[in-house]
Write a protein that binds this ligand. Structure first.
Ligand SMILES: [Zn+2]
Length: 337
C-alpha cells in the first residue's frame, strides 16, 4: 500500500548526522544503491589519468557514508567507470589488479555498507573473464562493471563471448554504465549547451548497447546472464515497442530468429531507478516488471539525492514492489546478507 510507505518512512531525510532507516509496510528495509561511483588514483596513474572529484576517493568515505545515512542508503555497490579499454594487456592486467584489490579493501573496511563490482579489461576478453573470476572468488567482489562499448566495439561482438560465458557461469551481476557516444562527439552534434555528451549521449550509448545484445542474439546465447543497465536502461524502455515493430515492418532486415520478441528481453534485464519522475518509474516497471528495477543514485554526481523517496512516492506500486526496488532484488543479485 502506497500510504503505509509514505507514513512509515519517516519524512524525506534524516536529521543532521542521523542514519535514516527506511520502513515499508512496518518493515525495516535494507536499501541498496547499485549505481555508485568511486576511483582508485594509483590505477588511474598508469593511464596518466587524474581523479575528477575528490568524493570518489577512499579518503572521502566518511562523507560518503554521511550522504548514505542522510538519504537512507544502507549499502552501496561501488563501480568504476572504465577508462582503460585502450590499455595493452600488461598495463590492463596491472591496473585491474590494483583496482580490484583497492575495491576489496574499501569493502573490507565497512562490509555492512559496501560491496563492489570488479573492474575488468574487456578489450582482452579472456583476461577479463579471469579478472572477473578472481575478483569474485579471491576478492569477494559481486559482479563486474562494464562500459557501454569497448573502443568502438559493441558488447555483443562475438569476441566478448568468453567474458559473457564466465559471467553467466558465475551467476554474477554485470552492471553496464555508459560513457557517452564517442563516435557522435567527433561530429560535434553533441556540442553546445546542456552537456549533451552526457545528458543524452550516456542514455543513447546504453540504448545502443542493449539493443545489440538483444538483436545480435547475445542474450539468447547466454540466457542466464544477469545484466543491469544504468539510468533506467537509457531510452530503450521508453520506446521499446519499436524494437518489436521492426520485426514485422522490415522482416528482411532480421537475420536469424530471436528466441522471443525484443521487448520480452526487457523482462530479464535489470535497470536502475535513475529516471527522475514517478511516471518514468511507473512506465519502466510496466515495461520491465517491478522486480527488474534496482535503486541507483549515481553518487557522487548529484543527478539525484532522493532515490529512496522516488521509489516510496511513485503511485501504483505495492509494498512488495517497493521493497524489491529499494533493496530486495539487489540484495539477492549481489549476495548481500
Ligand atoms: Zn553513473
Amino acid at each position: 500500500m502506497a500510504e503505509t510507505a509514505f507514513v512509515s518512512c519517516g519524512g524525506t531525510g534524516a536529521p543532521q548526522g542521523r542514519r535514516r532507516e527506511v520502513v515499508v509496510g512496518g518493515k525495516r528495509v535494507k536499501t541498496v544503491d547499485v549505481h555508485a561511483h568511486c576511483a582508485v588514483p594509483a590505477a588511474m596513474a598508469l593511464m596518466g589519468r587524474k581523479v575528477e572529484a575528490e568524493a570518489l576517493l577512499q579518503s572521502s568515505m566518511p562523507a560518503r557514508i554521511q550522504a548514505m545515512d542522510a538519504q537512507g542508503i544502507d549499502v552501496e555497490a561501488l563501480s568504476i567507470n572504465p577508462y582503460w579499454y585502450g590499455a595493452d594487456r600488461d598495463i590492463a592486467q596491472k591496473l585491474i589488479q590494483i583496482q580490484n584489490e583497492a575495491l576489496a579493501e574499501i569493502c573490507g573496511a565497512a562490509p555492512d555498507r559496501f560491496v563492489a563490482f570488479a573492474s575488468v579489461a574487456l578489450q582482452h576478453p579472456d583476461l577479463a573473464a579471469e579478472q572477473l573470476e578472481q575478483g569474485v572468488k579471491r576478492y569477494g567482489l559481486r559482479g563486474a562493471g562494464l562500459g557501454g562499448s569497448v573502443e568502438g566495439r559493441e558488447l555483443s561482438d562475438p569476441a566478448f563471448h568468453p567474458f559473457w560465458a564466465k559471467a553467466e557461469q558465475l551467476g554474477v551481476l554485470v552492471f553496464i554504465h555508459p560513457q557517452g557516444t564517442a563516435e557522435l562527439e567527433k561530429t560535434g552534434r553533441l556540442a553546445g549547451n546542456g552537456l549533451l555528451t552526457n545528458t543524452i549521449g550516456n542514455p543513447l550509448e546504453t540504448t545502443i548497447a542493449l539493443s545489440h545484445l538483444i538483436f545480435e542474439g547475445t542474450l539468447d546465447r547466454f540466457p542466464g546472464l544477469k545484466i543491469c543497465a544504468a539510468h533506467g536502461g537509457g531510452y530503450l524502455p521508453s520506446y521499446a515497442a519499436r524494437s518489436d515493430a521492426v520485426q514485422t515492418t522490415f522482416p528482411q532486415r532480421m537475420k536469424g530468429t530471436l528466441a522471443k520478441r525484443p521487448t520480452e528481453y526487457l523482462r530479464q534485464l535489470y535497470f536502475d531507478s535513475i529516471v527522475f519522475t514517478p511516471e518514468a518509474l511507473r512506465h519502466l516497471a510496466v515495461e520491465a516488471g517491478p522486480a527488474q528495477i534496482v535503486m541507483g543514485t549515481d553518487y557522487p554526481f548529484p543527478w539525484t539525492s532522493t532515490s529512496v523517496d522516488h521509489i516510496l512516492g511513485t503511485p501504483g506500486l505495492s509494498d512488495a514492489d517497493r521493497i524489491a526496488m529499494l533493496g530486495g532484488t539487489a540484495q539477492t543479485l549481489l549476495k548481500i546478507p
